[in-house]
Design a protein around this ligand. Structure first.
Ligand SMILES: Nc1nc2c(ncn2[C@@H]2O[C@H](COP(=O)(O)OP(=O)(O)OP(=O)(O)O)[C@@H](O)[C@H]2O)c(=O)[nH]1
Ligand SMILES: [Mg+2]
Length: 546
């Protein structure tokens, strides 16, 4: 009799343990279900985890309703609430202990139903164990299976052979440690399954939590579920979050407000800016220097007397000049008759005729008359000045396009003078080689030409002297060719600037020996200074000898 009581005690203890695990560990139940299934004939056979999971929920949906109150009324060691855990009252309401953070989580009524079912199965198995005592049969394998099946207690109650097997199991006093371990392993292994399955489970769990009253489960199960939820939540959060774009830092090179002083960009920028400032300062200093020039009174008087510089037409009219004529300032004031428009100087009254053009020194015509050449940069107004001096418009071709004159053109002015129109140098619409050839030809002509009495070096008043002009001046200085500076296009700048340019050039050429004073200032358009230049050049015709 003592043996029987001992067996009963052990059986009840193990069943309680199994029942407690089944109630408190959902994963444990799943493990059992994943291992065995009832085929309806009283035999347990293996089945897949997913199929089992579905079936469990399907069966619970159709199972008879079991409230959580039953479970709450029969707490055991595993289900008893501890301090800080949420408790379920008999009416299904949840009482929360807020002193500590809750260590339990809520599971669905389906799990709760399974615990109720476990009790029913427990009773049945207990009866079966009593019957097994008489038979004293042992079957280790079947016992193990029954251990697992009983421990799971998730669905149908064992029937027929199953009952007998369970009886045998309990009668043989075999331990269920293995089965319990398997449940734990199953719980852990379930964590290692693909995240998709995990998330499905957790979703189901969440759905059940929303629908049903709550019960608490064991610590391990809680941890597992919590871990799974955390994993799932993390994965969800990661999935839901939009992918962070790479932050591209673009440096605004012009924005130096947030840069360090030793930043290379700043240094480069600052150096560039400094260079620009220096250039500007130089330019400004050049301009300032030019503005600081105080022309001599003689130059200023000359400029004013000859109406040099930009003038208003009303001013010319008030001065008695007929502005309807070409180059009105080259006429005698208050003169309207053709008689008064004649050129006073006899040399320039002669007809201007073209007689030779040379593109090389070998093509130069023999020097028969004193020659006056007009040199200067392209477009400076050489050809126009020839026309203005002789008042024979159209004899020498002119153009606003630099580089029109491409050869040395010789013009006879009667039998007294030879006027020579030279090709320009500097910028011109021509190939570099061609321009170089022009320059070389001009240099050869001014340095070697016999009979060349004067070179009128024309300088645009707007731009002043340029390096190429100085090159030619140096050449003429070396060759002792007499040259005279003629400022052209004076009508395009203010009178004071004309005087400043004249003063500046005179000062720069003071030391030169071949330069002929005074510096001439003309405008072929307005005629200003033409008469003065004509007078100067007529003297050459008068006194020059070959
Ligand atoms: N406003 C103004 N324009 C002028 C004056 N002299 C010439 N021009 C113009 O300047 C342009 C060039 O004149 P050109 O006489 O052909 O100059 P160039 O030095 O012979 O030029 P190249 O033969 O190319 O070397 C023409 O459009 C003229 O009308 C002047 O005194 N005042
Ligand atoms: Mg020309």
């Amino acid at each position: 009799m003592s043996g029987e009581s001992n067996l009963r005690y052990r059986l009840s203890k193990r069943l309680k343990l199994a029942s407690g695990r089944s109630k408190n560990s959902k994963d444990g139940n799943r493990k059992v279900e994943s291992t065995l299934s009832n085929d309806g004939k009283g035999k347990l056979k293996p089945m897949s985890y997913d199929r089992k999971t579905k079936r469990v929920y399907a069966e619970h949906d159709t199972d008879e309703e079991v409230t959580s109150s039953g479970n709450a009324k029969a707490p055991n060691r595993k289900t008893s609430f501890k301090r800080g855990q949420n408790q379920v009252k008999g009416d299904g309401k949840v009482q929360t202990n807020k002193k500590k953070s809750p260590r339990s989580i809520w599971v669905s009524s389906k799990i709760e139903n399974s615990t109720t079912e476990t009790k029913q199965s427990y009773r049945k198995l207990k009866d079966a164990a009593d019957r097994a005592r008489a038979s004293n049969r042992t079957n280790a394998k079947e016992v193990d299976e029954m251990d697992v099946g009983v421990t799971g207690l998730m669905k149908k109650r064992p029937k027929g052979k199953l009952k007998d097997t369970v009886d045998n199991a309990w009668a043989s006093n075999r331990t269920k440690t293995k089965g319990v371990d398997e449940m734990d392993v199953g719980g852990i292994s379930s964590l290692k399954k693909p995240s998709k399955i995990k998330s499905d489970k957790i979703k189901r769990l969440d759905q059940c939590q929303e629908k049903s009253p709550y019960v608490s489960i064991s610590k391990s199960a809680k941890k597992n579920v919590r871990g799974k939820r955390a994993l799932d939540d993390d994965s969800k959060v990661l999935d839901d979050q939009p992918k962070k774009k790479k932050r591209v830092i673009r440096i605004d090179r012009h924005d130096t407000s947030n840069k360090r002083l030793d930043d290379g960009i700043v240094i480069n920028e600052s150096t560039k800016e400094k260079e620009k400032d220096l250039e500007k300062k130089n330019e400004m200093s050049r301009n300032a220097q030019f503005r600081a020039i105080q022309p001599s009174p003689s130059i200023l008087t000359y400029v004013e007397d000859n109406f040099l510089g930009r003038r208003r037409l009303i001013e010319l009219r008030r001065a008695g000049y007929n502005i309807e004529l070409s180059a009105p300032l080259d006429n005698i004031p208050f003169s309207t008759s053709s008689e008064r428009e004649r050129i006073e100087d006899s040399a320039f009254r002669n007809k201007l005729t073209f007689f030779a053009a040379a593109k090389s020194s070998s093509s130069f015509p023999p020097p028969e008359l004193p020659e006056i050449a007009f040199a200067g940069r392209s477009n400076v107004g050489k050809s126009s000045l020839l026309n203005a001096l002789t008042r024979q418009w159209g004899v020498v071709r002119t153009s606003d396009k630099p580089g029109l004159t491409q050869s040395i053109n010789f013009f006879n002015l009667g039998s007294k003078l030879c006027l020579v129109d030279l090709p320009g140098y500097g910028f011109a619409y021509a190939k570099e080689e061609v321009k170089d050839a022009w320059e070389e030809l001009v240099k050869e002509y001014v340095s070697t030409r016999v009979g060349l009495k004067r070179v009128c070096l024309l300088v645009d008043t707007k731009w002043g002297m340029k390096p190429r002009d100085h090159e030619l001046i140096n050449l003429m200085e070396r060759s002792q060719t007499k040259y005279q500076i003629v400022l052209t296009k004076t009508d395009m700048v203010f009178p004071i600037d004309v005087a400043r340019h004249a003063m500046q050039i005179e000062e720069s050429l003071k030391a030169n020996k071949s330069v002929v004073q005074p510096l001439m200032m003309v405008s072929s358009k307005s005629g200003a200074g033409i008469r003065s230049l004509r007078t100067v050049l007529s003297k050459i015709a008068r006194f020059a000898k070959l």
